[in-house]
Design a protein around this ligand. Structure first.
Ligand code: S3P
Length: 170
């Protein structure tokens, strides 16, 4: 069974939606940031400090290679830049969680912002958001408009898409 892959900007809810989706689909959630942190024994912020963003992107591309060869039937929540700098199409069926920048600001408190080196400067983050939007859209098979819907509601929407896809195949 193909993996379900969630892409989108920092704070777009990939992990929370992924958790609900895993429950619904009796799959397990793999969060790429968590996997990298576990493997390196460091937080994302510490990895950026020691090897820089380019080093972090290299680790992400190694993880994509490993996941695409070893993991099936999972929900994969990707870090916000993973699908921008790497080709994630080998990972599975890609869903972009499209959420406005204003909503992201509302969601992320100072603790969540501190975990994300590329979110320290809000104007820079907004610029990055605007630059990336089109790229996320071009990489996704499905675009999921979040509005103000809950994570479980969004997960149900994605689950329905997947069930419909299955019916088309058989
Ligand atoms: C990043 C997003 C983060 C994390 C890293 C870089 C990005 O993940 O991978 O800080 O480039 O957008 P989240 O999307 O889970 O915040």
């Amino acid at each position: 069974m193909e993996n379900i892959v969630l892409i989108g900007f920092m704070g777009s809810g990939k992990t929370s939606v992924g958790r609900e989706l895993a429950l619904l689909g009796k799959r397990f959630l793999l969060d790429t940031d968590c996997l990298i942190e576990q493997n390196m024994g460091k937080s994302i912020a510490e990895i950026f400090d020691s090897v820089g963003e380019s080093g972090f992107r290299r680790i992400e591309s190694q993880l994509i290679f490993w996941l695409s060869h070893n993991v099936r039937n999972a929900v994969i929540a990707t870090g916000g830049g993973m699908s921008i700098y790497n080709d994630v199409s080998s990972l599975g069926k890609i869903f972009w969680l499209n959420v406005s920048f204003e909503q992201i600001i509302e969601r992320l408190d100072s603790t969540e912002i501190a975990k994300r080196p590329l979110f320290k400067d809000i104007d820079q983050a907004r610029k990055l958001y605007n630059e990336r939007k089109k790229i996320y859209e071009s990489k996704a098979k499905y675009v999921v408009e979040e509005g103000h819907l809950s994570a479980s509601h969004i997960a149900r929407t994605i689950f329905t898409y997947i069930e419909q896809d299955k019916q088309q195949i058989f």
